[in-house]
Design a protein around this ligand. Structure first.
Ligand SMILES: Nc1nc2c(ncn2[C@@H]2O[C@H](COP(=O)(O)OP(=O)(O)O)[C@@H](O)[C@H]2O)c(=O)[nH]1
Ligand SMILES: [Mg+2]
Length: 445
């Protein structure tokens, strides 16, 4: 990525395509030159102003212009927003006027937000929250993205970081004054503090990846033998004919994925090839993919029919404890009379029998897998990895304290625990540890 902060960057902030309006955002040191460049009078900061934009004596557009004087802007730099009419020729006209200028260039992906982080306007988790909100497709995803954008995760992490800095500061203080022994009561307070923080962190990490699953959507694989009605069921779920259904066994080979919104929770459902012994190499490949997708999925729905109820055991290696099983073709009553024993819920995609109940059960499972009491959660694998590193460092510090280890080593453990959290928020400067030392202590007399 080009990382030149001397450049003034610009880009469409709205979607590409014809629309009533299109917003071009410009940020950087030369924003001040934009009014002259496009032949309009410079607006007052934060006052929406109607302006006629011109380039090389030709009018480009009549648009609303907004100016934000840094650091009070999204990026922390001077920012100008051109709310144009959303036609291609208008946007092209503005683009070519800007890109012809020295020091102006197209923004890279996420570069506005990156500058916002670099300039301390937002932290990394808030930037991620912005991105998650933009990508949110369901209500629960929107809640989670907005919460993170508003700084809830940052505040939570900052709280732990502050705790750790305080613990570290005690230790650092006694290192600086080697004549002083760490008194027993201070040591006990520290141990208790470390244990409490450790408990909080552990509870936060042990969340069954709910926030992460919500962010990316629950992956549900519909599996089973051929011809039981898997594709028919997926089509019913999605209310669309996305998968080919046929009386001929072995029709589905590719994995067909569709996105669903179950009560505000995002689900990606996959129709897969029927799993059976097959000589056909293409079908074998389909079965291999079906197994692979099912193994990596968050949930599997096993579909069987009266003919294959006994086959349930064949899927034992794929199924996990809370994976639901459905017996389709309940309309084939005669067959069922003989084979009712299995005790699984009956449905018929053909007649609609039992489908709503199956859907509501699926919704309940989705809520259980993604919904939490607390809105603030880990939403990315990188958060989890760093928090686990932090827990390891904290454990070492705790062990060191208990065993009266060298204070230098304990201090180092705290520093690395703080560093792990700093890597999540992007605040990895731990020099401010020293500030805490001198603010909270006056041992120096
Ligand atoms: N009688 C009956 N037939 C069904 C039902 N659901 C699907 N079928 C039929 O079963 C055949 C196989 O369906 P399909 O969805 O392609 O099964 P898949 O191979 O498991 O994907 C098709 O002819 C469907 O019309 C049902 O509830 N009752
Ligand atoms: Mg199929």
């Amino acid at each position: 990525m080009v990382n030149n902060y001397d450049d003034t960057i610009f880009s469409l902030a709205t979607a590409v395509g014809r629309a009533a309006t299109a917003m071009v955002r410009i940020s950087g040191p030369r924003v001040n030159d934009v009014p002259e460049l496009l032949g309009f009078a410079r607006p007052e900061p934060k006052i929406a102003s109607l302006r006629t934009l011109k380039h090389q004596k030709k009018k480009l557009d009549q648009s609303i212009v907004l100016f934000f004087s840094g650091p009070e802007s999204y990026t922390g730099e001077d920012v100008m927003e051109l709310h144009l009419h959303g036609g291609r020729a208008v946007i092209e006209g503005v683009y070519s006027a800007l890109s012809a200028q020295e020091g102006f260039r197209f923004a890279e992906n996420g570069e506005f937000s990156k500058r916002a982080v670099m300039n301390g306007r937002i932290d990394l988790t808030e930037a991620e929250g912005i991105n998650d909100l933009i990508n949110a497709e369901t209500e629960a995803q929107r809640d989670q993205g907005l919460n993170q954008l508003e700084g809830a995760l940052r505040l939570q992490l900052e709280k732990w970081s502050k705790d750790l800095k305080r613990f570290g500061a005690y230790i650092e203080a006694y290192i600086d004054f080697p004549d002083e022994e760490v008194p027993e009561n201070v040591l006990n307070d520290l141990l208790q503090g470390v244990e409490a923080t450790n408990k909080e962190l552990k509870e936060f990490v042990d969340d069954d990846r709910k926030g992460e699953i919500l962010r990316s959507g629950l992956k549900v694989a519909v599996i089973g033998p051929p011809n039981v009605g898997k594709s028919s069921f997926v089509n019913w779920l999605t209310k669309r004919d996305i998968a080919i259904t046929s009386e001929k066994a072995g029709t589905t080979r590719d994995i067909v994925e569709a996105h669903l919104d179950l009560g505000g929770y995002p689900v990606t459902v996959a129709d897969t090839a029927g799993i059976r012994a097959s000589e056909d190499t293409i079908e074998q490949e389909g079965i291999r993919r079906a197994r692979g997708w099912a193994e990596s999925a968050d949930l599997r729905v096993l579909v069987l029919d009266p003919e294959t109820i006994e086959n349930a055991n064949q899927f034992g290696d794929l199924l996990k404890s809370d994976d639901p099983v459905l017996i389709n073709k309940a309309d084939q009553a005669a067959t069922f009379k003989k084979k009712m024993a299995a005790g699984y819920p009956l449905v018929s995609v053909k007649t609609g029998y039992g489908l709503e109940r199956a859907l509501s059960e699926l919704t309940t499972i989705a809520k259980k897998k993604m919904g939490t009491q607390r809105l603030t959660t880990i939403t990315q694998a990188r958060h989890r990895a760093r928090l686990n590193d932090c827990l390891v460092a904290l454990k070492k510090a705790h062990f060191g304290l208990q065993n009266h280890a060298d204070l230098e080593l304990i201090a180092e453990d705290f520093r690395s625990a703080i560093y792990c959290i700093g890597r999540i928020t992007g605040h990895i400067d731990i020099e401010d540890l020293l500030d805490v030392v001198f603010k909270e202590f006056c041992i120096g007399k």
